[in-house]
Design a protein around this ligand. Structure first.
Ligand SMILES: Nc1nc2c(ncn2[C@@H]2O[C@H](COP(=O)(O)OP(=O)(O)OP(=O)(O)O)[C@@H](O)[C@H]2O)c(=O)[nH]1
Ligand SMILES: [Mg+2]
Length: 363
């Protein structure tokens, strides 16, 4: 016995009724259904399974988040058995609206002026576990503004050693934005960068191209130490970078290191957000169509895990996708990143405004 047509993957909206069906070459068989490798328990009024001649079907009423999964049907008779499977994805009601047109956002950022004339550039510090996509974020933002694929910041294979070394500034074209990229946080006692150095970075004591010494944090006696940093030397927004596909696997130790850095930034009044990268690796619906990102149950789950583990509100978490080996630009990918980038620009600008008013007693 065999299938003439197999179950087809489905993408349904919350509240929709849908049917999975397939056709066999015989009418003499018994049927069992499984969901995610477990026997499907039919709920009255919700599921209806049946057989109509050579056709087998499963009807599900009013799709809910819980109905998402992999469904398998097995047919059996005394001559043998056969199975086939299909993936059902449930689209939630959109819970965050994205502007899927890049030009207005690009133009707004290109004509952006920092609120205080004395500040040359807004400075963002990216930090997070090894291989979380920090360098890729810088390359993606470069690519968007250059209008063609751009690799300025070397990226890594997924090994456990951070590829990024030292403290290096990346300017975004001729715009007033600069990224600093810290080497990835690793598990274990051995820091490749002393925690005190992170505090010095935030306060603006560390110059561009400085090489960290894990056992000797920079201090006043070091000739590279910026003794009296101005607002121009400081970090204006902290961005934690978390890979969506590894949030649950991150050790408590790395999470604790991240919380410590965030607490230090918060003490200095520096705003903080999370960029959740590699969204295409956790959700097939998002992988196929990025505009579905805020309809995806998987993305919402990962954002919730991220919010709980790092103790940050959901509205500070921005799922993004980076360019990897694509040669063609993708407007949807750009828009998602531009939304997140616009947010950090606003937050950094507010921070600069507040700090400037504070220094000059303008409140
Ligand atoms: N699929 C996918 N892969 C990504 C994404 N962002 C980054 N990557 C890949 O993840 C790997 C690590 O990215 P990097 O940007 O080097 O990460 P990093 O945080 O700079 O790493 P270190 O500097 O070593 O700490 C690379 O192979 C990237 O191509 C994404 O959004 N989706
Ligand atoms: Mg890197």
């Amino acid at each position: 016995m065999e299938f003439v047509t197999v179950l087809a993957d489905k993408q349904v909206k919350v509240g929709e009724d849908f049917t999975l069906c397939c056709e066999t070459n015989t009418g003499d068989f018994t049927v069992t259904w499984q969901k995610n490798i477990q026997k499907l328990y039919c709920v009255e009024g919700k599921h209806r399974t049946g057989k109509d001649g050579k056709t087998v079907f499963l009807q599900i009423k009013k799709a809910e988040m819980e109905d998402e999964g992999n469904y398998t049907v097995t047919i059996q008779n005394r001559w043998g058995s056969a199975s086939c499977s299909a993936m059902v994805l449930v689209e939630l009601d959109e819970w965050r609206i994205v502007q899927w047109k890049q030009d207005p956002m690009i133009n707004a950022l290109k004509s952006f002026r920092i609120c205080s004339g004395d500040i040359r550039e807004l400075r963002f510090l990216l930090y997070g576990p090894v291989g979380s996509g920090k360098s890729s974020i810088i390359n993606t933002i470069h690519t968007i503004f250059e209008g063609h694929p751009h690799i300025n910041c070397p990226t890594a294979d997924l090994t456990c050693m951070s590829f990024t070394r030292g403290f290096k500034k990346y300017n975004i074209r001729n715009l007033p934005f600069a990224f600093y990229n810290l080497m990835g946080l690793e598990q274990g006692q051995s820091y490749r960068m002393h925690p005190d150095d992170i505090m010095s970075v935030l306060k603006g004591h560390i110059p561009n191209n400085y090489t960290f010494h894990p056992h000797a944090p920079i201090d006043k006696d070091n000739r590279h130490y910026i003794l009296n940093p101005t607002l121009n030397d400081r970090i204006h927004c902290l961005v934690s970078v978390i890979p969506a596909d590894k949030i649950s696997l991150m050790s408590d130790e790395v999470i604790q290191k991240m919380k410590t850095i965030r607490a230090a930034a918060s003490k200095l009044g520096i705003p903080h957000v999370v960029f959740m990268t590699r969204v295409d690796q956790v959700c097939i619906m998002t992988h196929r169509d990025l505009t579905k990102i805020y309809r995806s149950r998987r993305i919402k789950e990962q954002m919730t895990t991220c919010s709980n583990r790092l103790d940050v509100p959901m509205n500070c978490i921005f799922p993004v996708r980076n360019y990897q080996e694509e040669v063609k630009l993708n407007e949807q990918l750009n828009c998602l990143m531009l939304e997140a980038f616009t947010q950090i620009v606003r937050l950094a600008d507010d921070f600069v405004k507040k700090s400037y008013c504070f220094v000059f007693n303008l409140f």
